[in-house]
Design a protein around this ligand. Structure first.
Ligand code: ACO
Length: 402
C-alpha cells in the first residue's frame, strides 16, 4: 500500500515511466503462490513441497492436484480425481479424424498444439474462464485428453493404427499403451518405464514464469479460454531454447558420437561460440547453480538404464561433457550447469520414444503447471491484460513522396 492508501497497482499505473528489460530478466509479471524457485541455492518447491520429496513419494496425478488446487489431496480426493480423469480420456471421433489432415512426417508438437486448440471447438460448453464449473470440466478434459492426443500424434507419425484408451490403467500406463501398443495384441507394461515416466512428469510439472507459462498467462490475460491459452503455451515450449532443448541435446550427443569428435574439441568450439553453437541442456535463466531436477534425473538415468539393461554410449558422452564443463572457467564463470533437459532425452530414448516426441512428453508433464497458473491468474483481482511497452527506435515522422 502506498502512503496515500492506494494499492501498489494504482501507484504503478501509467506514470509515463518505461522500464527497458529485454527478456523480462528482472521484471515480475504477476504474484504467484504456485511454485518457488531459488536459483542461487538450487531450490524448487511446488506449493511449498520440495521437489526431492515429491519425486520420491508422490505420483504425477497427485502433483497435478497439488499444483491446481493448492494442497495435497486426501486419498479419497485423489481416487476421485484419478477416476474423473480416466473417464475423460476418449477423443471425439471427429477429432480423431483431424489427425488425418497432417502430413505423415509432421512434427508432433504442432499437431499437439492444433489438437488442443481444436478441443475448444468440440467442447463449447466449457470455454468461459469465469464460470467455475466450466473451468473445472475443461481442466479435467485437458489433463485427460492430452496424453491421448500425444499418443495419436505419435501413431500418426509412424503410420500405425490408433489405440483407444483403456481406463482400467493409470495415467502413465494408459499413455504408454496408447503410444506403444498394437491393436489386438496385449501390451505388457514395464513397471520400471512407467515409474520413470511418472517421475519425469513430476519433475516437469511447473517452473513458475518460464517462457511457455508466461505465454499461457499472456494469452489468458486477454480472457482467452483454457484450451487456446495452453495451445499457445505448447508452441512456446517447442522452441529449442525452451522445451525443444531435450530433442536438441540428444541430436547434439548423436552428432558427436557419429563424427567421433573429441568432446574437449567440441567444448572449445562451444566456448569460441563457433557458428553460435551452445552446449544444449546447459544453462538456465534462473538457476545459477545445479538444477535440482537435473540432479534427480542424472541419478535416475543411471538406475533406469541399468534396470532396463540398456547401456547407452551417449550417456558416457553426456557425462564427459558435464565433467569438462564443471571444471572449465567459461562455464564456471557464467554459472552454467546442466538443466532439466540434459539427461531426460537419454531416458526417453531408452524407453523407445523417438527424439521428435521428447518435447511432447515435456508438454504432458508441464500441463498441470500451465493450468494452475492460468487458473490463479483468472481469479487474481489484480490481473490485467498483458501489454508490454517498447522503446521505439524507428524513423521519426516522414512523408509519402509526391
Ligand atoms: N552453452 C554455451 N554458452 C552458454 C550457454 C550454453 N548452453 N548458455 C548460456 N551461455 C553463455 C552465453 O553465450 C552468454 O555468454 P556471454 O556472456 O559471453 O555472452 C552467457 O552464457 C549468458 O547467456 P544468456 O543467453 O544471456 O543467458 P539466458 O539466461 O538468456 O539464457 C538459456 C538461458 C536460454 C537457457 C541458455 O542458457 C541456453 O541457450 N541454453 C541452451 C538451451 C537449453 O538447454 N535450454 C533449456 C533451458 S531449460 C528449459 O527450458 C526447460
Amino acid at each position: 500500500e502506498g502512503s496515500n492508501g492506494l494499492g501498489v497497482n494504482s501507484l504503478l499505473k501509467d506514470t509515463g515511466l518505461v522500464t527497458y528489460d529485454v527478456g523480462f530478466v528482472n521484471t515480475a509479471s504477476c504474484k504467484s503462490a504456485v511454485t518457488y524457485i531459488d536459483g542461487d541455492q538450487g531450490i524448487l518447491r511446488y506449493r511449498g513441497y520440495p521437489i526431492e520429496e515429491l519425486a520420491q513419494k508422490s505420483s504425477f496425478v497427485e502433483v497435478c492436484y497439488l499444483l491446481i488446487y493448492g494442497d495435497l489431496p486426501t486419498s479419497d480426493e485423489l481416487a476421485r480425481f484419478e477416476e474423473l480423469i480416466s473417464r475423460h480420456t476418449m477423443l471425439h471421433e471427429d477429432l480423431r479424424a483431424f489427425f488425418n489432415g497432417f502430413p505423415r512426417d509432421a512434427h508432433p508438437m504442432p499437431v499437439l498444439s492444433s489438437a488442443v486448440s481444436a478441443l475448444g471447438t468440440f467442447y463449447q460448453d466449457s470455454l468461459d474462464p469465469f464460470d467455475q464449473e466450466q473451468v473445472e470440466i475443461s481442466t479435467v478434459r485437458l489433463l485427460a485428453k492430452l496424453p491421448t492426443i500425444a499418443a495419436y500424434a505419435y501413431k500418426k507419425s509412424v503410420g500405425q493404427a490408433f489405440i483407444y484408451p483403456d481406463n482400467s490403467l493409470n495415467f502413465v500406463e494408459n499413455f504408454l499403451r496408447m503410444t506403444f501398443g498394437v491393436p489386438a495384441e496385449p501390451y505388457v507394461i514395464d513397471p520400471t518405464v512407467a515409474k520413470a515416466l511418472d517421475l519425469l512428469f513430476i519433475l516437469h510439472a511447473d517452473h513458475e514464469q518460464n517462457c511457455s507459462t508466461s505465454t499461457v498467462r499472456l494469452v489468458g490475460s486477454a480472457h482467452a479460454n483454457l484450451f487456446n491459452s495452453v495451445s499457445a503455451g505448447i508452441h512456446a515450449l517447442s522452441g529449442p531454447l525452451h522445451g525443444g532443448a531435450n530433442q536438441a541435446v540428444l541430436e547434439m550427443l548423436g552428432d558427436l558420437q557419429a563424427s567421433g569428435e573429441d568432446p574437449k574439441a567440441f567444448m572449445d568450439r562451444v566456448k569460441n561460440k563457433e557458428d553460435g553453437i551452445r552446449l544444449m541442456g546447459f544453462g538456465h535463466r534462473v538457476y545459477k547453480n545445479y538444477d535440482p531436477r537435473a540432479a534427480i534425473i542424472k541419478q535416475a538415468a543411471d538406475e533406469i538404464l541399468e534396470k532396463m539393461g540398456k547401456n547407452d554410449p551417449l550417456l558416457d558422452i553426456a557425462k564427459q561433457l558435464e565433467e569438462i564443463a564443471l571444471a572449465d572457467e567459461y562455464f564456471v564463470e557464467r554459472r552454467l550447469y546442466p538443466n532439466v533437459d540434459f539427461y531426460t532425452g537419454l531416458i526417453y530414448k531408452a524407453m523407445g520414444f523417438p527424439p521428435k516426441m521428447f518435447t511432447v512428453l515435456f508438454a504432458i508433464g508441464r500441463l498441470p503447471g500451465w493450468i494452475a497458473q492460468w487458473r490463479e491468474m483468472m481469479t487474481d483481482q489484480e490481473t490485467k491484460i498483458g501489454r508490454p511497452r517498447q522503446v521505439y527506435v524507428g524513423e521519426t515522422e516522414r512523408h509519402y513522396p509526391g
